[in-house]
Design a protein around this ligand. Structure first.
Ligand code: TRP
Length: 477
C-alpha cells in the first residue's frame, strides 16, 4: 500500500525533520552529557560523529524511505525484495519500533518536566531564587510520582492527539512557526548569558577546550587515590548522542523521507538539518554553562542540569517570568515535534498493514508507551535504586535503574546498531542504479561518491570500533 501523504515543499520537510531532530536531545541531554564527560573533547568527538556517521546514515534513511514510500517496516521489506534479498531486513524496522517505544516512554516523562515548569515559571516561583532553592524545586517535582504521571499523561495525550489527526497539515503549520521562534529565543538566551553572567568565557572554554584526559579517563584523580583507567564509554556516549540528537537509527527520518517529493536533493537537505541540529545543541551549551559556572554549580550534575540552571538565570533577569515561561513552552514544542517522529512510524505501519484507523493506532500505541513510561517515572523516586539488571554482575548495566537503562540501551546500543544495518543495506545491498536514482541520477557526482565512501567504510567501521572498544574487546592506548 502506498503512502499518500507528501510534504508540500522541500522547506516543509526540512522544518519537520529539524523539528524531529531538535528536541530534548539538544537542550536537555547534550549539555548534561557533555558536562558529565568533561566538555570540549566530548563536543569534538560528538561533532565528528555527526559529520562522519550521522549525515551519511541520515541520507541513507531518507533514501530508503523515499524509495520504499511506506513505514520503515514495509519500506525495508519492499526494498529487500527489490534487491532480491531475504525480507528479514525489515527487522531494521522492527527494532526501530521497539526503540521508538522505549525512547518515547522516557522522553515523554522529561517533556513532562518541561510542561510542569510552565506554570511554575508563570507564577514567579523562580523570581530571585537561590541555586539551592532552584535545586529544591526540581527535587520536589521529581520526588512526586503522581505529579510526574500527571505531566507525562498530558504530554502523551498531546502527542497522540496530533498523530491521530494525521500529521501533515497540523505538523507543517506548527513547525513553521515554532522552529524559527525557538531558534531566536535560544540566540537571545545565549546573548543574555554572554553579557550578564560574567562567566561566558568559562562556558566557552568548557565547551571548546579539548581535554582528552577528561574524556578517556573519567574521574581520574591520582592525588585522591582514584586510579586512572582508560574508558571508551565517553566516546560511545558521544556517538549515541549523535544518533539520538539527529533522530537516526530507528526509522523516524526514514518515515519522514517516505513523504519527501522525488525532486528534493538529499545531500544538501541533510547537511542543512544536521548543521541546524548541531547549532542548537551548541547554543544550548553556550546558554547553560556560563550560568552553571556563575552560580558555582556542578557541570556534571546530570539530568536536572537544565531544569536547575536556567530557572536561576530567568529568576534574576528583567522580564524573566515571561521569558522563562516562553522558554519552557518552546522546549515543550521542540519535544512535541520530536515525539511525533517517534510515534509516526509504528502508527503508519498499523494503518498500512492492519488497516487500523489512524486514531485507533495512535491511541493503542500511545497507551502502551504511556504505561511503559511509569517505569521511568518511578526511576526518579520510589525505584531510583532498583537496578533490574544487577544480576548480570559487574558491568555498565548493573548500576542503572529503568530510566537509565532505557536511555543507555536505546542511545548507545539500539540506535548505533540500527544505523549500522541501515548503512550496510544502503551501501552494500541496494543496487547502484537504485541509489543513483535517489541521489540525483547518473552521472553520479562528487557528493554521491563522498557519501558512498563514508557509508561503505567510515560509518560501519566507526560504529564497530567504538562498540568494540567500549565493551573492552579491543584495548587501544
Ligand atoms: N532527536 C530528538 C531529540 O534530540 C529525539 C528523537 C526524535 C529521536 N525522534 C527520534 C531520537 C528518533 C532517536 C530516534 O530530542
Amino acid at each position: 500500500m502506498q503512502t499518500a501523504a507528501q510534504w508540500s515543499s522541500r522547506w516543509m520537510f526540512i522544518l519537520a525533520a529539524t523539528g524531529s531532530a531538535v528536541g530534548l536531545g539538544n537542550i536537555w541531554k547534550f549539555p548534561y552529557i557533555a558536562g558529565e564527560n568533561g566538555g570540549g573533547a566530548f563536543v569534538l568527538v560528538y561533532l565528528a560523529c555527526v559529520f562522519s556517521i550521522g549525515i551519511p546514515v541520515m541520507m541513507a534513511e531518507i533514501m530508503i524511505g523515499r524509495r520504499g514510500q511506506q513505514s520503515p517496516i514495509n519500506a525495508m521489506h519492499t526494498l529487500a525484495v527489490e534487491a532480491k534479498q531475504h525480507p528479514i531486513w525489515k527487522g531494521i524496522g522492527w527494532s526501530g519500533v521497539i526503540a521508538g517505544f522505549l525512547i518515547l516512554s522516557f522522553y515523554s516523562v522529561i517533556a513532562g518536566w518541561a510542561l510542569a515548569y510552565i506554570p511554575k515559571m508563570l507564577s514567579g516561583t523562580f523570581s530571585g531564587i537561590t541555586p539551592e532553592g532552584a535545586g529544591q524545586v526540581f527535587n520536589t517535582l521529581t520526588a512526586n510520582p503522581w505529579m510526574l504521571l500527571l505531566w507525562h499523561s498530558l504530554f502523551m495525550g498531546m502527542t497522540i492527539f496530533v498523530i491521530a489527526q494525521g500529521v501533515e497539515k497540523g505538523l507543517e503549520k506548527a513547525v513553521s512557526v515554532l522552529m524559527p521562534t525557538l531558534f531566536f529565543l535560544l540566540v537571545a538566551l545565549v546573548i543574555y548569558a554572554a553579557v550578564s553572567s560574567g562567566h561566558f568565557m568559562q562556558g566557552v572554554h568548557f565547551l571548546f577546550d579539548t581535554d582528552f584526559q577528561a574524556l578517556f579517563y573519567p574521574g581520574c584523580n591520582p592525588e585522591q587515590g582514584v586510579t586512572c583507567e582508560m574508558s571508551w564509554q565517553g566516546v560511545l556516549s558521544a556517538m549515541g548522542l549523535a544518533f539520538f540528537s539527529l533522530s537516526i537509527g530507528m526509522g523516524a527520518i526514514m518515515m519522514y523521507g517516505a513523504y519527501l517529493p522525488k525532486t528534493t536533493p538529499i545531500t544538501s537537505t541533510t547537511v542543512t538539518i544536521a548543521i541546524a541540529d548541531s547549532l542548537v545543541a551548541l547554543l544550548a551549551g553556550l546558554a547553560i554553562f556560563p550560568i552553571v559556572f556563575a552560580n558555582g554549580l556542578d557541570p556534571s550534575s546530570g539530568p536536572g542540569l537544565v531544569f536547575v540552571t536556567l530557572p536561576i538565570a530567568f529568576g534574576q533577569m528583567d522580564g524573566g517570568v515571561i521569558f522563562g515561561s516562553l522558554f519552557f513552552i518552546l522546549l515543550v514544542f521542540a519535544a512535541w515535534t520530536s515525539a511525533f517522529s517517534l510515534l509516526e512510524p509504528v502508527v503508519a505501519w498499523l494503518v498500512e498493514s492492519w488497516q487500523l484507523s489512524r486514531s485507533h493506532a495512535a491511541i493503542g500505541c500511545g497507551f502502551l508507551i504511556w504505561l511503559l513510561g511509569i517505569l521511568s517515572i518511578l526511576s526518579f523516586n520510589n525505584w531510583s535504586d532498583f537496578h533490574p539488571l544487577a544480576f548480570l554482575g559487574d558491568n555498565v548495566f548493573a548500576t542503572k535503574n529503568f530510566f537509565d537503562l532505557f536511555d543507555y540501551i536505546t542511545s548507545n546500543i539500539m540506535l548505533p546498531l540500527g544505523g549500522l544495518f541501515i548503512a550496510i543495506f544502503a551501501a552494500w545491498i541496494m543496487s547502484h542504479s537504485a541509489r543513483c536514482e535517489e541521489m540525483g541520477g547518473e552521472p553520479a557526482d562528487i557528493s554521491y561518491h563522498t557519501w558512498l565512501f563514508l557509508i561503505r567504510y567510515v560509518t560501519p567501521l566507526g560504529v564497530l570500533l567504538v562498540f568494540l572498544n567500549a565493551v573492552g574487546l579491543l584495548k587501544f592506548g
